[in-house]
Design a protein around this ligand. Structure first.
Ligand code: HEM
Length: 288
C-alpha cells in the first residue's frame, strides 16, 4: 500500500532521490568479501539440477565450520586463562552455528534418491568424511580417534594441523584442569596424559561436576560452563542425527562414497560423547 507524505502526497517507495548513496566506493562490498572468488567456487561436474544445491550446502557448511574453529580455539585460550565470561559468549555462538547447520538438512532433504543419482557417480570417492575442518572440530572438542587422520596424509599442512589438535588437550581436558585449579578433586591421570588417546569417563570427574551442580551459587561460573557445554554437545548430536537420517532418506543403507558402511557408520557416531560426565551426572543428581 502506498504511504502518504507529510504534505498528503503519495510517496513512491522506489524514490531514492533523498538518499546519499555512495555510487563509487573505496572499499567495495564484493571486494571486501572476495565475492568474485567465492562465487566462482561452484565447479559443477554435471548438469544435474540438484548438484548446485549439494555443492553450496557443503561449501556453506565448511565456512560455518571455519567460524566454529575460530570460536572454539579462542574459547580454549580463555579457559586456560580462567576467563569464563569470554568463553561463554563464544560457546553460545558455536551452539547457534550448530543449530544453523542443522537447518541445512531441511534444504538438503528436498533432494530425492533419483535427484542424487543424477550426479553421485561424479563425486568419485570424495566424502564429508575427508573434511579436515570437521575432524579438527571433533578433536578440539575431545573425540580423539587417531586413525582418522590418515585420510589426510597426502596433504602435509592439513595433516600436521590435525596432528597438533590430536596431540593437544581438548576443550574438555582444559575444563578439567580448570576444575582442578579451583580445588576440585580431579585425578592426576586426567590432568597429564597422552591427549591423543580417547577420553575415558571417570567417577571422580562425575563427582566433581555433581558438586558443581549441587552448589550452584558457590560455583556459578562452572555451573554455567557445564550448561554451555551440554548445549553445544546437544546441538552437535542433533546435527549428527539429522545428517544420518537425511543420508538414510537419500541413499538408504548403501555404502558411502568415502568407503564406509554409510548409515551404519553414521549411527555409531551417535554413541560418542565429548563431555560424558556432564550427561551421566544428571542421573547421579536424580538418584542422590
Ligand atoms: C546427499 C547428501 C549427503 C550424503 C548422502 C552423505 C553421506 C555421508 C556418508 C555415507 C558418510 C560416511 C562416510 C562415507 O562413507 O562417505 C558421510 C560422512 C560425513 N558427511 Fe555426509 N552426506 C551428505 C551430506 C553432507 C553434508 C551437506 C555435509 C556438510 C558438510 C556432510 C558432512 C559429512 C561429514 C563431516 C562426515 C564425516 C562424519 C564422521 O566422520 O563422523 N555430509 N556422509
Amino acid at each position: 500500500m502506498s504511504k502518504k507524505s507529510s504534505d498528503g502526497g503519495i510517496v513512491d517507495p522506489r524514490d531514492i532521490a533523498a538518499e546519499d548513496i555512495h555510487w563509487d566506493q573505496d572499499i567495495t562490498y564484493g571486494g571486501y568479501l572476495s565475492l568474485d572468488k567465492l562465487l566462482d567456487c561452484q565447479k559443477l561436474r554435471t548438469d544435474a539440477h540438484d548438484e548446485m544445491m549439494f555443492m553450496i550446502i557443503h561449501q556453506a557448511s565448511e565456512l560455518w565450520m571455519k567460524l566454529c574453529l575460530h570460536e572454539i580455539k579462542a574459547a580454549m585460550t580463555e579457559v586456560e586463562h580462567d576467563n569464563l565470561d569470554g568463553t561463554f559468549k563464544m560457546l553460545s555462538r558455536v551452539s547457534r552455528i550448530q543449530s544453523q547447520l542443522r537447518l541445512s538438512w531441511s534444504v538438503l532433504s528436498t533432494m530425492t534418491p533419483s535427484d542424487y543419482r543424477g550426479f553421485r557417480d561424479e563425486l568419485g570417492q570424495s566424502s564429508g568424511f575427508q573434511s579436515f575442518q570437521y575432524r579438527e572440530i571433533e578433536y578440539s572438542l575431545g573425540n580423539k580417534n587417531a586413525e582418522l587422520i590418515e585420510v589426510h596424509r597426502k596433504k602435509p599442512q592439513r595433516y600436521e594441523r590435525l596432528k597438533a589438535a590430536l596431540y593437544a588437550p581438548s576443550f574438555y581436558d582444559l575444563c578439567l584442569q580448570l576444575l582442578a585449579r579451583r580445588g576440585f578433586d580431579i585425578p592426576e591421570k586426567y590432568l597429564q596424559r597422552d591427549w591423543s588417546q580417547p577420553y575415558v569417563a571417570s567417577d571422580s570427574v562425575e563427582a566433581a561436576w555433581a558438586k558443581v551442580y549441587s552448589s550452584t551459587k558457590e560455583n556459578w561460573d562452572l555451573y554455567e560452563l557445564a550448561e554451555k557445554l551440554v548445549d553445544l554437545e546437544y546441538e552437535f548430536q542433533m546435527w549428527r542425527f539429522s545428517h544420518m537420517k537425511t543420508v538414510e532418506r537419500i541413499i538408504g543403507y548403501s555404502r558411502g562414497t568415502g568407503g564406509t558402511s554409510g548409515v551404519l557408520f553414521l549411527k555409531k557416531a551417535l554413541d560418542l560423547q565429548f563431555f560424558p560426565e556432564l550427561w551421566s551426572v544428571r542421573t547421579r543428581l536424580e538418584i542422590s
